[in-house]
Design a protein around this ligand. Structure first.
Ligand code: GRG
Length: 293
């Protein structure tokens, strides 16, 4: 299979559905909807929604059952980026190759656009058609936990508290697994649940998602050291300047590359009992360490 073609197809499906489900730019209050659309359609890779769709596909599920939840993950992800870029957190001026939301629209608007994207996400899941109600409820619970204080926000908080500190390896792993890994794990699990996965399928898919979630953040750390600012759409080297806890800073670049490669192998191995329908998930795992942005 050609992953780039697969990603482009799924991205188009997700973008079309986001446009259909979210308030339009011209809907009142226009300024708020403009800011939400600005960040949501800024050219993100759509990794999390694609994972939702690919996991549903891997268990033979119907794409329609998973698509609204796929969109919900992109809304939560975009909200986290908008808030992360704020002056009170990372104070970044560029994201996805253009001015960050607060640079373009002001801080109050960026806070509210993020809040609105977080809130709408749960409404999108509730509007799912074609999945068992128990699976929809399961997806709501998974996303709430993954995005909350014992998930992404918890990881972000420890990340902030660790800035400029000497960080132990277990704390570094806690930050990466929670800040980034939890949302990726939940993307796969929600797609699988909505696709009608059995318990036997959910276990290996969870192991897959945990391995790629951690590999993704390690790859992101490596890209911040050696990636191109142009391809990344933001200045690189920011982690070191901010004294962030990263894999390269704590175990070095070579060991970081090795760990990311091991995790990708573990992820692919976890899917050994799955047939060709899981090929997109296998290709996504390979892409995570090969990507340039
Ligand atoms: C809620 C303030 C707040 C933060 C939550 C996710 C997060 C924690 C902060 C965002 C900043 C960051 C570097 C997070 C790590 C996860 C990560 C690598 C995000 C970038 O994801 P990509 O590469 O981005 O998928 P695109 O732009 O392609 O969607």
């Amino acid at each position: 299979m050609d992953l780039q073609v697969y990603l482009a197809e799924k991205t188009e499906i997700v973008n079309k559905r986001l446009l259909r489900l979210l308030p339009a730019v011209g809907d009142y209050p226009q300024s708020l909807h403009k800011a939400m659309h600005y960040s949501l359609f800024a050219g993100g890779k759509r990794l999390r929604p694609v994972l939702v769709l690919a996991a549903a596909e891997a268990v033979g599920g119907d794409a329609e059952a998973a698509i609204n939840t796929a969109c919900a993950f992109e809304c939560i992800h975009t909200y986290s980026l908008i808030h992360d870029d704020l002056p009170a957190i990372d104070n970044d001026d560029l994201r996805r190759g253009r001015p960050t939301c607060h640079k373009e629209f002001g801080e109050a608007m960026a806070i509210l656009a993020g809040d609105a994207l977080l809130t709408v996400a749960f409404g999108l899941i509730a509007s799912t058609k074609g999945a068992a109600p128990s699976a929809v409820l399961g997806a709501v619970g998974e996303l709430a936990k993954a995005a909350g204080s014992t998930g992404m926000i918890g990881g972000q908080m420890i990340d902030i508290e660790s800035e400029g500190q000497e960080v132990s390896f277990p704390v570094l792993e806690y930050i990466h697994i929670h800040k980034t890994g939890e949302l990726i794990r939940a993307s796969v699990r929600c797609g699988a649940l909505l696709g009608g996965a059995s318990e036997t399928e959910l276990g290996p898919l969870t192991r897959y998602s945990e391995a790629i979630g951690l590999a993704f953040q390690i790859a992101d750390d490596i890209l911040d050291v050696e990636g191109s600012s142009e391809e990344m759409g933001k200045p690189t080297g920011g982690d070191q300047k901010k004294g962030k806890a990263t894999y390269p800073a704590i175990i070095g670049l070579d060991a970081s590359r090795q760990r990311a490669a091991e995790l990708v192998s573990m992820a692919i191995e976890a899917l050994s009992a799955f047939d060709a329908k899981a090929e997109p998930l296998r290709e996504i795992a390979r892409y995570i360490t090969a990507r340039k942005k």
